[in-house]
Ligand binder design. Structure first.
Ligand SMILES: Cc1cc2nc3c(=O)[nH]c(=O)nc-3n(C[C@H](O)[C@H](O)[C@H](O)COP(=O)(O)O)c2cc1C
Length: 186
């Protein structure tokens, strides 16, 4: 019987959804039985069938999505005795790397991942911060206005506007390599 993996995610701009799907494809290629769930659209009632649970969330103003966080809260007891991996989609990471703000990256990593694991008493086999997207078309207008100047930083860091108002800071090689490593540890 193939081992079972649940990937459950929360997203605002779509990055965590496509990252989750990318991770799922790698795991399926490693013959794992994978279910991908959007935490906002589908309520998971039972996680006992899964050998590994991967929880992902997009970051906005240093906050997880409510749906992904609620999943951690609701299942904290079960998750603390299970193999868990967590990841976040961070639009800021690539920009901080470009600006060589190492301390801020470490601060973000701690706040987004380690503090969350501590809060819910999880012992993840892996915690990782991937890139994200900057989608100006989907932003609430005040955010769009405030973040207009960030476009210069995004482009300065070498990211191209893929379509009007849309940038993607993800490194798919990093994401796929992580998924392969996780597959080996289920
Ligand atoms: C208003 C706003 C605030 C953001 N705040 C953060 C942040 O605090 N840290 C971060 O790493 N990225 C931040 N980002 C970038 C997001 O992390 C990026 O858009 C990511 O793709 C979000 O995941 P999602 O696409 O799954 O929603 C922000 C983006 C917006 C529009």
């Amino acid at each position: 019987m193939p081992k079972k993996v649940l990937i459950i995610y929360g997203t605002r701009y779509g990055a965590t959804e496509s990252t989750s799907e990318g991770i799922a494809r790698v795991l399926q290629g490693e013959r794992l039985d994978v279910k991908v769930v959007n935490a906002k659209k589908e309520k998971v009632k039972d996680i006992s069938p899964y050998d590994l649970v991967i929880v992902g969330s997009g970051m906005q103003m240093a906050k997880w999505t409510g749906a992904a966080e609620n999943f951690l809260k609701k299942f904290q007891k079960e998750l603390s005795g299970k193999k868990v991996a967590i990841f976040v989609s961070s639009g800021a990471q690539a920009l901080l790397e470009y600006e060589e703000k190492t301390e801020e990256i470490e601060k973000a990593r701690k706040q987004y991942l380690e503090d969350k694991a501590t809060l819910y008493n999880l012992h993840p086999i892996s915690m990782v911060m991937f890139g994200g997207v900057w989608d100006y078309n989907k932003m609430f207008f005040l955010f769009r206005k405030t973040l207009e100047s960030t476009k210069q930083v995004i482009e300065g860091a070498g990211f191209k506007e893929i379509r009007p108002g849309f940038y993607d800071t993800r490194d798919w090689e990093v994401i796929r390599a992580w998924a392969r490593e996780i597959a080996a540890r289920v």
